[in-house]
Design a protein around this ligand. Structure first.
Ligand SMILES: NC(=O)c1ccc[n+]([C@@H]2O[C@H](COP(=O)([O-])OP(=O)(O)OC[C@H]3O[C@@H](n4cnc5c(N)ncnc54)[C@H](O)[C@@H]3O)[C@@H](O)[C@H]2O)c1
Length: 453
């Protein structure tokens, strides 16, 4: 007798559960970037076969050759896991058919007008649909607006002829990785899971439990999608608040915002410190608020608070440009002749990620203002392109190098920088990160964002 649909679905689920329990499950990771590769490596390190499916041939080749390209991952892990066959990479979606669980970890950028651009999710889902098999589970990890999983991914996957929640399983489980964080990594960071059905949630939790200790399940994908946006918008709003306060302290004079934040931080409850800076960057905090603002418009809802925070944060590179312009004006040199050095172009400390870095925006603005002699030093970013211009990092920061510049701007506070040397040998330092706090007190050549001097 041919088993009916329900029986087949039950059998498929039982088979998946057994494979998870016996750790025979094969994981497919779509997109081997800052999120996907650490996830694949974490599964592989737990002895679970992980296949990366990546459209960037160069990344595929590097993994196939056992070479790592993400800073937080140990090179030896990639080498050994590839050598023993636990970790592999391909650009061929046919590999989906060998997998039990598929994690989608593709980018979610915005368009020029800052509307969500989910075409990577759409493309990945369409390719998965071509190979989808009964009993597989698909877990979307890319940060996106509520209803992406049900409204966009589900119908595309169902074009396969299989039904979500019945023939295959679908869940949203946002990523929380914090590149450069020495304490929290994939394995010890709790995650949120929201499945389309209770079965989907349970199975998605079971797969994740193979590598992650703490999992919080929520009622469905929409709650999980919204929770991720809340986390990042929370940061955006609080950073905007301290950015505004920093500018107020500058205006008032005589109050150092960094001291104020430190003082407020002694309150053991109800306060969490956030710090001002030259603006926000990276693939998350800058972009994600726009995803929610866009989704809200469909419901005749204007997210005033979120939009205001984005406006304040995005004005910060302009504010830093103005600080630099004033610093130059105090010297016997014109903007066209001034020599300006930016220290740190990555979007945050100790990472090599340039995406939406506020330092690049500051550089853009300076170039637009006619600055010609603009250079940077960043040990994490040896070379980069800015507005079609190839730039290379000044290889070594020395007293002689520092003395050549009219203004040295600390845009990213990498820990490897020698701040004592920077302050001692620069004509003028603009510190947007309070990086020189230990050495600046006795120096009159440091202009600190948010202390009104
Ligand atoms: N970077 C972070 O710190 C971080 C943290 C939490 C969440 N996220 C979210 O995770 C998602 C991925 O971010 P990321 O930083 O890893 O991006 P990334 O650009 O580093 O990596 C994405 C990878 O996906 C590949 N890709 C694109 N389309 C593909 C397709 N159709 N098939 C296969 N591969 C494809 C790209 O080539 C790239 O290698 C985003 O939604 C982001 O918001 C990122």
């Amino acid at each position: 007798m041919i088993p009916d649909k329900d029986t087949r679905a039950k059998e498929a689920r039982a088979e998946l559960e057994e494979r998870i329990r016996e750790r025979r499950i094969v994981i497919g990771i779509i997109g081997l970037g800052y999120v996907g590769l650490p996830l694949a490596v974490e599964f592989a390190r737990q002895g679970i076969r992980a296949i990366g499916i990546e459209i960037d041939e160069d990344k595929v080749r590097q993994i196939q050759e056992g070479r790592n390209y993400i800073r937080d991952i140990d090179d030896a892990h990639v080498r050994e896991l590839v050598a023993d066959g636990t970790l592999s990479a391909t650009s061929d979606y046919a590999a989906c058919a060998d997998c039990d669980a598929l994690f989608i970890c593709v980018p979610t950028p915005f368009t020029e007008n800052k509307d969500p651009d989910i075409r990577y999710i759409v493309n990945a889902s369409a390719k998965i649909a071509e190979h989808l098999k009964p009993g597989q589970i698909v877990i979307l990890k890319s940060t996106t607006f509520p209803n992406t999983t049900e409204g966009h991914v589900q119908p595309i996957l169902e074009n396969s002829g299989l039904k979500a929640g019945q023939d295959f399983y679908l869940a949203f489980s946002p990523e929380r990785i914090d590149p450069g964080n020495q304490k929290f990594h994939t394995g010890n960071t709790p995650i949120v899971v929201g499945g389309l059905t209770p079965n989907c949630t349970e199975l998605a939790c079971a797969v994740n439990r193979l590598i992650i200790d703490q999992i919080m399940s929520v009622s469905g994908p929409k709650a999980a999608e919204m929770s991720k946006l809340l986390e990042n918008i929370f940061r955006s709003v609080n950073i905007a608040l301290v950015n505004e306060l920093a500018r107020l302290c500058d205006r008032m004079g005589g109050i150092n915002v960094w001291e104020v934040i430190q003082a407020a931080s002694t309150k053991p409850f109800g306060f969490m410190p956030f710090y001002p800076g030259p603006g926000i960057g990276g693939h998350c905090i800058l972009i994600d608020p726009y995803y929610l603002s866009w989704a809200a418009r469909e419901h005749d809802f204007v997210t005033n608070f979120i939009t205001l925070a984005a406006e304040v944060n995005e004005s910060m590179p302009f504010y830093v440009r103005d600080m630099i312009t004033r610093a130059i004006a105090r010297q016997p040199v014109t903007m066209a002749d001034a020599r300006i050095l930016l220290l740190g172009v990555a979007f945050k400390r100790d990472v090599d990620d340039l995406r939406h870095s506020p330092a690049l925006k500051v550089m853009d603005l300076l170039l637009a203002d006619g600055v010609v002699n603009l250079e940077y030093h960043d040990p994490f970013v040896p070379a980069m392109e800015l507005e079609g211009r190839e730039m290379t990092s000044i290889p070594k920061l020395t007293p002689d190098v520092l003395r050549q510049f009219n203004v040295v701007v600390i845009t990213t506070d990498h820990t490897v920088f020698d701040y004592e040397m920077i302050v001692a040998h620069s004509k003028m330092v603009i510190d947007t990160r309070n990086a020189c706090k230990e050495v600046a007190a006795e120096s009159d050549n440091v202009v600190l964002l948010g202390d009104g001097r």
